[in-house]
Design a protein around this ligand. Structure first.
Ligand code: ADP
Ligand code: AMP
Length: 229
């Protein structure tokens, strides 16, 4: 998928996503409901370093609170595995390098997955990871959903890397190795932390210390979800 300009990419993504989840009635409505009166889907973004425990906690949230879990990384890996995918090679290269895949690919995969569950609440894990992700989402999907908050798992690099290396013993992932993890953590600090800070300034971040045990972390996660309106 070669786009001449960022604008062309945005137009393409808009047309794809528009056909999936954003009928005109959704876009026109700025309130919590669509123009037809149906409530918009709820979204919680889940951010944190690679190995901070996002996927682990999302599994528990799904069981306890009935969200649909969409991991940007999982969707990209599934797309990469499709023999017919036009983007497979590109995704593979970005993942190995720990770099952020172009937003039109990630956002379209998320929108396609959301369209399969049009009335649900979504945990969107590992997104938005940079300014481009935020801009693409805001332009195309944002008006069609209610963003409840951003769940942020705070965990230092050493703990994240140790956990992800441990996961790498069985995950079969091409990026759970020391070299990729160093790059991934650098991308996280330079590109994703500014996004966490941006949402924090809007009062949307719910920060959780994820260095503790899975149960202790989940106890705090539960409090955050229980306080949800
Ligand atoms: P992420 O989705 O943020 O990359 P994962 O949820 O896949 O992270 O967790 C990475 C690894 O760390 C997994 O092997 C998981 O079992 C383990 N793990 C997750 N949370 C904890 C925790 N609180 N304490 C110890 N290990 C954890
Ligand atoms: P994760 O499974 O969240 O650890 O993500 C693994 C890799 O997938 C990342 O290092 C990126 O290369 C890619 N990726 C995950 N989420 C995104 C995203 N929101 N935007 C672009 N690339 C992503």
């Amino acid at each position: 998928m070669a786009f001449v300009t960022a604008t062309a990419a945005l137009h393409w993504m808009w047309s794809r996503v528009n056909a999936l989840i954003a009928p005109a009635t959704y876009r026109a409505a700025s309130s919590k409901a669509t123009a037809s009166g149906a409530e918009k889907p709820h979204v919680v973004f889940v951010l944190g370093g690679p190995g901070s425990g996002k996927g682990t906690q999302c599994e528990r949230i799904v069981q306890e609170f009935g969200f649909v879990h969409l991991s940007a990384g999982d969707l990209l890996r599934a797309e990469r595995a499709k023999p017919a995918s036009k983007n497979g090679e590109l995704i593979d290269k970005y993942i190995r390098e720990g770099k952020i895949v172009p937003v039109q690919i990630t956002c379209t995969l998320l929108a396609e997955a959301m369209a399969l569950n049009p009335t649900k609440s979504f945990l969107i894990d590992g997104f938005p990871r940079n300014q481009d992700n935020v801009a693409g989402w805001d332009a195309v999907v944002g008006p069609s959903v209610n963003l409840d908050f951003v769940l942020f798992f705070d965990c230092p690099e050493a703990t994240c890397v140790q956990r992800a290396l441990q996961r790498g013993l069985t995950s079969g992932r091409t990026d759970d190795n020391k070299e990729s993890l160093t790059k991934r953590f650098h991308t996280y600090e330079s590109e994703t932390m500014p996004i966490v800070n941006y949402f924090d300034r809007k009062g949307l971040v719910r920060k959780i210390d994820s260095t503790r045990s899975v149960d202790e972390v989940f106890a705090d996660v539960k409090k955050v979800f229980a306080a949800r309106k």
